[in-house]
Design a protein around this ligand. Structure first.
Ligand code: AMP
Length: 226
């Protein structure tokens, strides 16, 4: 199955992408995660991206498009993928369409996570990530076993610089202006399905099952699982 997850920051796309990736046995491709990894590694891409990311601005299209092009050409993406946080601009949407047409791998569906402001603020405000491996936690919903310490690698937990209040505001403005128009773009292509980002994982899973079934994608899900 080839999916795009669309929605504001804090919609729960990353959490749901992890669940789907496991269920469907297809890679979760998060441009945010890839950029944060480049940042931790202090690679040339990471250094270029840092200033934009810290402020909650978008990294220039050409850099992100190239990153996704490389990732989608890897063999594991041939069996399907979940794109999380890409595309985020009209130009990225167009490029993705061309890329996938060239690979003869059209999208199956774009899931739009419609999310209330209250939930967004609560999710982003409580989010913490491991400074070493990038694993995500939440101060109320998903706490680590030991306060402030990553369960997996014992790295120390921190708040993402772009989860600070000033940056959140900017990210939401950027989302409305640059990313939200993609909702209509995919609706016109008959690829859009709306679900509530306010739901927690289990309820969201049920809603997704219904959508996959309606679009005859459920066979894929069962076939790929395991
Ligand atoms: P995320 O983890 O998806 O919230 O992304 C974190 C940050 O990475 C964003 O605020 C942007 O600065 C950058 N970023 C991630 N994906 C993209 C994208 N598709 N286009 C431009 N910038 C991106």
């Amino acid at each position: 199955m080839r999916l795009v997850l669309l929605g504001p920051p804090g919609a729960g796309k990353g959490t749901q992408a992890q669940v789907l990736s496991k269920d469907l046995n297809i890679p979760h491709i998060s441009t945010g995660d890839m950029l944060r990894e480049a940042l931790r590694a202090a690679s040339p891409l990471g250094l270029k991206a840092k200033g934009y990311m810290d402020q909650g601005a978008l990294v220039p299209d050409d850099l992100v498009i190239e990153l996704v092009r490389e990732r989608l050409s890897k063999p594991d993406a041939a069996k399907g993928f979940i794109l999380d946080g890409f595309p985020r601009t009209a130009e990225q949407g167009e490029s993705l369409g061309k890329m996938l047409a060239g690979l003869s791998m059209p999208l199956d569906v774009t899931l739009y996570f419609k999310t209330s402001m209250l939930v967004i603020i609560r999710r982003l405000g409580g989010r913490r990530i491991c400074s070493k491996c990038g694993k995500t936690y939440h101060m109320t919903n998903f706490r680590p076993k030991v306060d402030g310490v990553c369960d997996v690698c014992q790295g120390s937990l921190m708040q993402r610089p772009d989860d600070r209040e000033e940056a959140i505001e900017n990210r939401l403005v950027v989302y409305e202006k640059q990313t939200a128009p993609l909702i209509d773009y995919y609706k016109k292509k008959n690829l859009l399905e709306e679900i509530s980002g306010d739901l927690e994982v289990d309820d969201l899973n049920i809603a997704l099952e219904i959508i996959f079934k309606k679009r005859n994608l459920v066979g894929n899900r069962i076939q790929n699982a395991g």
